[in-house]
Design a protein around this ligand. Sequence first.
Ligand SMILES: Nc1ncnc2c1ncn2[C@@H]1O[C@H](COP(=O)(O)OP(=O)(O)OP(=O)(O)O)[C@@H](O)[C@H]1O
Length: 225
Amino acid sequence: MITIEGLTKIYGDVTVLHGIHHHFEMGKVHGIIGANGAGKSTFFRCLTGLEKYSGQIKGLSGMHGAIGYLPTDPFVFKRITGREYLRFHCLARNIRDIDIDKHNAFDLPLDRYAAQYSTGMLKKLALTAVLLQRNEVFIFDEPFNGVDLESNMLITAIIRRLGEQKKTVFLASHIYATLSGSCDFIHRLAGGKFEQPVGTEDFHALGLQLENEMVSTKLDMLRFG
Ligand SMILES: Nc1ncnc2c1ncn2[C@@H]1O[C@H](COP(=O)(O)OP(=O)(O)OP(=O)(O)O)[C@@H](O)[C@H]1O
């Protein structure tokens, strides 16, 4: 169990995470939803230890060498090739016996410099790296943004497979159908706190509730034709 106790993150005079108390079951796929600016990426950076915060995150100590983090816009040094990037990430986990070409599921041009990769290709390269590392916990921040349809389908299938393998996955996405099709729980971040997690049996009802809150009322504010 990952237990969050009083997690607070403040930037200047803006409190983004407001004394969060929450639990995440290990070995499950956790979808995180929330409006733009709700604090999803901030929460992920706290989980990975990249961000300072007050409060406590229990259950990940000793796991920091086994967390794969895919940020929204992964940074890749431009003067290395895709192959070098993947090899570097494997070596960081002491993985030396890997045939990188065999695992190039996204058909990336591994001998090209990262400078020549498109945004979507960089994302797929970074995703491949965290998968090759054989991590136990995966944090995917909007992995579907900017990648083509085929890759979106493959990423969804990868997340399902990680769930079957009892890996712990955190997935932030704005695509509800993808979340409801791959997650065990959906957690909504609003007002700096998580609401009660929703399990698969209530995904349909949550979808309708969100649509009613976010779409129906707003639609009336606009005039068409
Ligand atoms: N380094 C920073 N310095 C100051 N403010 C920041 C910083 N990083 C994030 N913020 C602010 O914290 C809030 C939460 O940002 P965050 O990126 O975590 O939201 P998000 O839920 O991931 O949004 P989105 O869905 O748009 O990706 C925003 O108001 C943002 O402007």
